[in-house]
Design a protein around this ligand. Structure first.
Ligand code: SPD
Length: 269
């Protein structure tokens, strides 16, 4: 019996593995597993990035919350997200152009070959792929309606996507941004850093999803910029029937924060 373990701060998660499908060492260590009960699993630098079972709980919330909070998102950038899950969700909308920016070509190539959760997104004619650091991309890029930051934890190559300069650049390049902002329960320092450094987006809010294979399952996101939730039902018609997790009720409920988290957020914003 083989188990994959991910340890956090004094606790962890164990997932029974049937087979390791691939491992590559390059910009990052990328591993892909077939698990017993969660489907295929992507691990980068020892941290679970997704399992087939719960990845929609993450990708749909990361993508549809900002996309449906914008009146008409036509040009979208996904920074990180080389597995293609976020890109797949972006393409459900009426976009004319989607740029995926990932520093690690291995993540894209191995995900296409072994995971296939992009559902053909990488072959879509609206998509352009840029292999480079996300912050460097922002220095010279065009203006987007929505920018989505689908990063790994802020250690190693993702560091640059968490600092103040990144958000200063992003503010000049989009109406609405969304980003994954780690576990607010067990990764408080990462979470606080993101809340503070995203200040160039003067208006910003935290929302939540349950992602069972992420540390302690409670996962946070930040939305920033000129978002509005006024026409969610009407806008949802654009993608209705294509989601397994997202709907307008879940969207609104995700912004209801418990008291301990409200205090955290108020202390940083
Ligand atoms: N510790 C896990 C953090 C994962 C956030 N990014 C996931 C990328 C999936 N596209």
């Amino acid at each position: 019996m083989v188990w994959f373990f991910e340890y956090y701060d004094g606790c962890g998660l164990a997932i029974k593995v049937k087979k390791k499908l691939y491992e590559a060492e390059g910009v990052q260590k990328v591993e892909i597993y077939e698990t017993e009960s969660m489907g295929k699993m992507l691990v980068i630098d020892g941290k679970i990035q997704l399992t087939e079972l719960d990845e929609p709980f993450y990708h749909e919330m990361l993508v549809h919350v900002p996309m449906l909070s914008h009146e008409n998102p036509r040009k979208v950038a996904v920074i990180g997200g080389g597995d293609g899950g976020a890109l797949r969700e972006v393409l459900k909308h009426n976009v004319e152009r989607a740029v995926l920016v990932d520093i690690d070509r291995n993540v894209i190539d191995l995900s296409r070959k072994f995971l296939k959760i992009d559902h053909g997104a990488f072959e879509d004619e609206r998509v352009e792929i840029a292999i480079m650091d996300g912050k460097e991309f922002l220095r010279d890029c065009e203006i987007f309606d929505v920018i989505i930051v689908d990063s790994t934890d802020p250690v190693g190559v993702s560091d640059t996507l968490f600092d103040r300069e990144f958000f200063e650049l992003a503010r000049q390049k989009c109406d609405v941004i969304s980003l994954q902002s780690q576990s607010p329960l067990i990764q408080k320092e990462y979470f606080r850093t993101l809340l503070v450094n995203s200040a160039p987006f003067e208006r910003r809010d935290v929302y939540l999803s349950c992602v069972p294979t992420y540390p302690l399952a409670l996962w946070s996101f930040i939305i920033g910029g000129e978002y509005d939730f006024s026409n969610l039902e009407e806008r949802f018609e654009r993608i209705k029937g294509t989601t397994v997790h997202y709907n307008p009720d879940v969207h609104r409920a995700a912004f209801a924060l418990p008291e301990w988290l409200k205090k955290e957020v108020e202390a940083c914003i």
